[in-house]
Design a protein around this ligand. Sequence first.
Ligand code: HEC
Ligand code: HEC
Ligand code: HEC
Ligand code: HEC
Ligand code: HEC
Ligand code: HEC
Ligand code: HEC
Ligand code: HEC
Ligand code: HEC
Ligand code: HEC
Length: 343
Amino acid sequence: MRGRLPLKALFLVLLYALTASAAEVLTPTANSVVSRDKIYLVFVGPKDARVVVKKGKKAKFVLKRAKNGRFYHHYILFLKKGRNVFYIDPDDTKVVVTYRNSPFAFRFHKSRQEKPCLLCHPSAVKAKTCFTCHKFKKGKRIYMHGPFARGECFYCHNKTYVKGVRFGVKGKTDFDLCSQCHFAPLVWQDMLYQHGPFGARNCTACHDPHQGKYKFLLKNEPKMGVCLACHKKKEEEFSTPGYRFHPILSAKGCTVCHDPHASDFPKQLFAKPFKVCVACHPRCKSMKRGHPVVAHPVVGPIIPGTNKRLTCSSCHNPHGSPYGSLLYAPKAGNKICLRCHKY
Ligand code: HEC
Ligand code: HEC
Ligand code: HEC
Ligand code: HEC
Ligand code: HEC
Ligand code: HEC
Ligand code: HEC
Ligand code: HEC
Ligand code: HEC
Ligand code: HEC
C-alpha cells in the first residue's frame, strides 16, 4: 500500500492542472488536415486568453462573447503550407493544423461539432444563416456569383457530411457541377484542343465559385495573371532584359488569341496562326510571298531541316521579344535569317 497514496494524489493534481487550465478547442479538431490557407479557431478559455503563433503565418482575433460565464473566443488562423502550431496563452493549449492539398481534409459541418455553436448561432439548416459565419467581402468592385449571392449554398454543397468529399461539393468534378447551370462547357468539351486544367475538369483552378475581385470571378488579374499563375516559364521569358510585349498582349491580354477553355485549333488559338495574325494585320492577308524580303514565302513551305511549316509565328514571337518587330532573333547581321538558312 505504501507509495500508492502519493501517486494517486500526484495523478489527481496533474489531472486538475490539465483540466482546470486548458482551453477547450471547439474547432478545428485536434491535428486537422485542411486544404485551405486559413481556418477559424473557436475555443472556450479564460477571459484574457490570447493566441500565439509558433509556426504559421498569423492569428487574427475576431471577437469573443460570454455565455453562461464562459468565454467563446473567435480567431482566424492564417496557415503556411505544412504543419502549423499555435498556442493559446496563458495555459499553453496547443493547436496543430496541417495545410496541404488533401481530399481527406477537415470537415466542420457534423452535428457533433456544430452543437456548442448553436448556443448563440442559429441552426445551420436555413441557407440564410450561413452568412452569420461565412462572411463575404463587400464593396463596389466585388463580383458575386449568382447562386452564391442568393444563398443557394445547397445547390453546390451537400447538406450532410459525406466522407472524403472536398468541401462537401456536389458532383465528381467541377465540370459536372458547373455544367448543370452553364451550357458552354458542354460545347467546349466537344472541341478538338482542350486546355490542360479544363481537360482535367478543374474550373476552380481559375474561377472562384463564390465571389471575387475580378470579372468572370477569376482568381487572378484577368489579362495575364490568371495565365501566369501556372505558366511560370512564360513569366521568366517575359522578364528577359529589354523584352517588349506584342502591343495587343499588353492591351488585351492572353485571351485575345487563346481560348482559356478549348478550341478547334492547336494551342486553343481561335484560328490557325496565319489567320490569327492576319485577323488584325489585314495588310498581310493576301501576302503569301514578298515578306520580309522580295519573293520570300510567308506561309506554307516546310522549314529546311525541320518538319514544321513556315508561318508568321516562325519568325515573329506572338508574345513579344527583346528584338525589334517581335522577331525571334535580331535583324542585324541577318541573325534572324540564320535561324533557318545556313549561308
Ligand atoms: C457565446 C456565443 C457564441 C458561441 C457559443 C459561438 N459564437 Fe460564433 N459568433 C458569435 C457572435 C456574436 C458573432 C458575430 C455575429 C455577427 O457578426 O453577425 C459570431 C461570429 C462567428 C463567425 C464569423 C466571424 C467573422 O469572421 O466575423 C464565425 C465563423 C463563428 N462565429 C463561428 C462559430 C463556431 C464555429 C462556433 C462553435 C464552435 C461558434 N461560433 C460559437 C457568438 C458565438
Ligand atoms: C456556426 C458558424 C457556422 C455556420 C452557421 C455555418 N458554417 Fe459552414 N463552416 C463553419 C466553420 C467554422 C467551418 C470550417 C472552415 C473554417 O474554419 O473556415 C465551415 C466550413 C464550411 C464548409 C467547408 C466544408 C467543411 O465542412 O469544412 C462548407 C461547404 C460550409 N461551411 C457551408 C456552410 C453552409 C452551406 C452553411 C449554411 C447552411 C454554413 N456553412 C453555416 C462555420 C459555420
Ligand atoms: C456554384 C456553386 C457553389 C455555391 C452556390 C456555393 N459554393 Fe461553396 N464551394 C463551391 C466549390 C466548387 C468549392 C470548392 C472550392 C475549391 O476547391 O477551391 C466550395 C468551397 C466552399 C468552402 C470551403 C472553401 C472556402 O472558401 O473556405 C466554404 C466554406 C463554402 N464553399 C461555403 C459556401 C457557402 C456558405 C455558400 C452559400 C452562401 C456556398 N459555399 C455556395 C461551390 C459553391
Ligand atoms: C445553380 C446554378 C449555377 C451553378 C451550379 C454555377 N453557376 Fe455560374 N452562374 C450562374 C448564374 C445565375 C450566373 C449569373 C449569370 C449572369 O450574370 O448573367 C453565373 C455566372 C457565372 C460566371 C460569370 C459569367 C459572366 O458572363 O459574367 C462564371 C465565370 C461562372 N458563373 C462560373 C461558374 C463555375 C466555374 C461554376 C462551377 C464551380 C458555376 N459557375 C456553377 C449559375 C450557376
Ligand atoms: C485556365 C483558366 C480557366 C479554367 C480552367 C476555366 N476557365 Fe472559365 N474563363 C476563364 C477566363 C480567363 C474567362 C474570361 C473569358 C475571356 O477572357 O474570354 C472565362 C470565362 C468563363 C465564363 C463566362 C464567359 C463564357 O465564355 O461563357 C464561364 C461561364 C466559364 N468561364 C466557366 C468555366 C467552367 C464551367 C470551367 C470548368 C469546366 C472553366 N470556366 C474553366 C478561365 C478559365
Ligand atoms: C491551373 C494551371 C493553368 C492555368 C491557370 C493556365 N494554364 Fe495553360 N496549361 C496548363 C497545363 C497543365 C497545360 C498542358 C501542359 C502543357 O502542354 O504544357 C497548359 C497548356 C497551355 C497551352 C498549350 C501549350 C502547348 O505547348 O501546347 C497554352 C497555349 C496555354 N496553356 C495557354 C494558357 C492561357 C492563355 C492561360 C490563361 C487564360 C492559361 N494557359 C492558364 C495549365 C494552366
Ligand atoms: C497575338 C496572339 C497571342 C497572344 C496575345 C498570346 N498568344 Fe500564346 N501563342 C500564340 C500563337 C500564335 C502561338 C503558337 C506559336 C507557334 O506554334 O508557332 C502561341 C503559343 C503559346 C504557348 C505554347 C508555346 C510557347 O510559346 O510556349 C503558350 C504556353 C502560350 N502561347 C501562352 C500564352 C500566354 C500565357 C499568353 C498571355 C501572357 C499568350 N500566350 C498570349 C498567340 C498568342
Ligand atoms: C487581336 C489583334 C492582333 C492579333 C491577333 C495580332 N496582332 Fe500583331 N499587333 C496588333 C496591334 C494592335 C499592334 C500594334 C499596332 C501595329 O503595329 O499595328 C501589333 C503589332 C505587331 C507587330 C509590330 C510590333 C513592333 O514591336 O513593332 C508585329 C511584328 C506583329 N504585330 C505581328 C503579329 C503576328 C506575327 C501575329 C500572329 C501571331 C499578330 N501580330 C497577331 C494586333 C494584333
Ligand atoms: C521569314 C520570316 C518572317 C515571316 C514568315 C514573317 N515575317 Fe513579318 N517580318 C520579318 C522581318 C525580318 C521583319 C522586319 C522587316 C524590317 O524591319 O525591314 C518583319 C516585319 C513585320 C511587320 C512590321 C513590324 C514593324 O515593326 O513595323 C509586321 C506587322 C509583320 N512582319 C507581320 C507579319 C505577319 C502577319 C506575318 C505572317 C503573314 C509575317 N510577318 C511573316 C520576318 C518575317
Ligand atoms: C523561320 C524560317 C526562316 C527564316 C527565319 C527565314 N527564312 Fe528564308 N526561307 C524559309 C523557307 C521555308 C523558304 C522556302 C524554302 C523552300 O521553298 O523549300 C525560304 C526561302 C528563302 C529564299 C529563297 C526564296 C525563293 O523561294 O526563291 C531566300 C532568298 C530566303 N529564304 C532568304 C531569307 C532571308 C534574307 C531571311 C532573313 C531576313 C530569311 N530567309 C529568313 C524559311 C526561313
